[in-house]
Design a protein around this ligand. Structure first.
Ligand SMILES: [Zn+2]
Length: 377
């Protein structure tokens, strides 16, 4: 518990991009932002906070709820700047030494309560220690912001220990609970919090956050423009996901395999089984390259990644947006895309049951081709 590591993203790791989360290096999405004006998106939530600050009526327990990676923690930090900044009170200038210390986690007026590792729980002892300290310890400045991120990480017992503190904290203390969804949180918690909802970001805001994060990271490795665009398009309004995708070097090989697989699924057996020198086989070899040991696990992972990317492509098309660049859409209408989605989910089920990855992949390509054939007749 304590200071928030800069290189950590938060939130549970589930959903269609689970493999990306488990593999890609992660960075925080903090950009050097000056006040709320520099936080992208979330106009309604930010306007509510600004109003409350202006009236001196900021709630002592706020729950920021919304998808992972959209900037909830960033807004919590901006709120701490707004409360502490001597240059631009109630807004935060983003330039002064106070703002700078808040941005770099060197200001005692902003405290993060986070689990030791992703998926770990925050236990009752930590909650008890926090509650005691908030009663007694001296503060730096007039305000003290405590961010619980993610709120889901607190055990029910830990929450119960903090109920009284949450309900009636010492003047100046503001809790920010960060969560992806309301279900899973105790009703006794919800009833004590002012809820601020955060939606998905637009692609422009995702691109803005991604470019800031890429510029801020210590490594100089260039992220290829094609991967950057792919990351933005696939991130589904989550800047955190876009950053993870953009830094995932394996995404290029996965994308190449998907491109060839989608072509093979359109053209049929002659291309699916065209032999070792075919474009499909070459991209398969790149996506599964590595030592002799662990080959079958690597093949399963490659097929799992490719099917994930393919599912994302279909999701985008079903929403009426562009699919993944260079990927051939299944022939037919929305029904065909839905059926292709089912085929790919079936493929993933077979992989989870330890089917031979290459055989299962080829069988899925044949299925997709046959469905396409149905659509033609
Ligand atoms: Zn400042």
């Amino acid at each position: 518990m304590g200071q928030r590591p800069q290189s950590r993203t938060t939130g549970s790791r589930r959903g269609p991009l689970a493999w990306v989360y488990s593999l890609a290096p992660t960075v925080g999405i903090e950009a050097t932002a000056a006040g709320f004006g520099a936080v992208r998106g979330h106009a309604v939530a930010l306007a509510g906070l600004e109003r409350a600050l202006a009236r001196g009526q900021l709630h002592h327990a706020m729950l920021f709820v919304g998808p992972r990676g959209v900037g909830k923690a960033k807004v919590a930090r901006a709120l701490a700047r707004a409360l502490h900044c001597p240059v631009a009170p109630r807004r935060g200038c983003g330039e002064c030494s106070t703002c700078h210390r808040i941005d770099t986690d060197r200001h005692a007026g902003l405290e993060w309560m986070v689990p030791e590792s992703i998926g770990a729980k925050i236990k009752v002892e930590a909650a008890r220690e926090l509650a005691t300290r908030l009663q007694l310890a001296p503060f730096e400045g007039d305000a003290h912001v405590v961010v619980l991120d993610p709120a889901e990480a607190l055990t029910d017992q830990a929450f119960n220990t903090m109920l009284k503190t949450l309900e009636e904290p010492r003047p100046g203390v503001h809790f920010v609970l960060i969560a992806e969804a309301l279900d899973g949180l105790l009703p006794t918690i919800l009833s004590r919090c002012a809820v601020l909802r955060f939606g998905r970001l637009g692609d422009d805001d995702v691109a803005f956050a991604l470019d800031h994060a890429l510029a801020d990271r210590p490594s100089d490795d260039e992220v290829p423009a094609a991967r950057r665009l792919l990351a933005i398009r696939l991130a589904d309004g989550s800047a955190g996901t876009a950053i993870e995708l953009a830094l995932d070097v394996t995404l290029d090989a996965t994308h190449a395999l998907l491109r060839e697989a989608s072509r093979a699924a359109e053209r049929g057996p002659a291309v699916i089984f065209a032999g070792e020198s075919s474009a499909l086989s070459t991209s398969w070899a790149s996506a599964t390259a590595g030592p002799t040991t662990g080959k079958s696990a690597r093949e399963r992972l490659a097929v799992m990644r490719t099917s994930e990317l393919w599912l994302l492509d279909l999701r985008e098309r079903l929403r009426g947006r562009d699919g993944v660049p260079d990927v051939v859409a299944p022939r037919g209408d929305r029904r065909a895309w839905t059926r292709a989605t089912e085929t790919l989910i079936e493929l993933q089920t077979r992989l989870e049951r330890n089917a031979n990855a290459r055989l299962a992949f080829e069988a899925a390509l044949l299925d997709l081709w046959e469905h396409g054939d149905d659509a033609r007749t």
